[in-house]
Design a protein around this ligand. Sequence first.
Ligand code: F1P
Length: 357
Amino acid sequence: MTENPGAHTLEEILSQPGCWAECLRALDEKGQLQEIRKRFSPRPEWLFVGCGSSYYIAQGAAASWTFLTGMAARAVPASELLLFPDLAFPDSAGCQPVLISRSGHTSEILKAAEYLELKGNTRTLAVSCATHQPLEQISTATLYVLPADEKSMVMTRSFSSMLLSLQALAATYGKRPDFVDSLRRLPEPAQAALDRLHPRIQEFVQANDFPVYVFLGQGPFMGVANESMLKVKEMSCSFGQSFHTLEFRHGPKAIVSPETLVVFLLSETGFEAERELLQEVKGLGATTLVVANHADAATREAADFLVELNLDVPEYARLAPYLMAGQLIGLFTGLKKGLDPDRPRNLSRVVILNDNH
Ligand code: F1P
């Protein structure tokens, strides 16, 4: 056991809003977004590719891309591109791949880059928190998100910062300077919300034990639900699941009991339908944790633990702050179990496979 288990991860989680501000400033100063916009013209479809957390960034980025640019966008794990290229990449002429990797070293993303650039003759855009790595050498250009790299094995601020940077890039393509302004306004109120949330989640985790964690999100929040589930698994070795919110009715709700923590990431667009499910699940006896921007009386009543963000920015600019609760649950649950969330069991910082895989 290390001296200060989880210390890096906690610091990295709590430093996220400041990191977003720094990343947006760096993108501005270096004119990176405009530069990329000049080098890659709009295409009928954009394909966001990653592994693990970076795949879930891809899901949030693809939703944001379509919302902000009107262009079609999908997310696939790099392994899909390698094993089922005809399914993942059928329209090579009309599709622009974006390869996401904190390290730029993950074998599958490198193989995907080689497949696209060298065999497919397709120009790729990489997104990474590191320089001097192989992905940047294979790809045509790289969007660097350097202030966000972590000491911890698990991705926390690199996730939210790469997602935010891709949203800023989408806003550049979509000619939505108002959206970039919203992202710039986000760090201050998000930091205040995070500082309030941190001790509350710590206390909640101390007071409760859950064998099962469920994260529900819909639309652009699905990637955030998946990433929250992954944080709880990685940092606390707990059993976590994620679903599209309303899919929970179609079978998964069979697992509900007071020992199931069901986390609802309530959207604004689907608020009423999602809140109805929250009430139903509460009625079935689950313990509920709700993240919402604004809660109404019915939501308050059905939430055992409510995170009300009150952020004065559009819905899509709130994806990153919606992740804070899941990250903190994972971290404090891991610490409570005597684990070191900085160094999760069985994991390495990068997955590097031998050549014969
Ligand atoms: C992707 C990733 C991480 C995960 C793990 C191994 O890395 O799957 O999401 O936490 O420790 O690698 P990268 O390609 O973004 O560097």
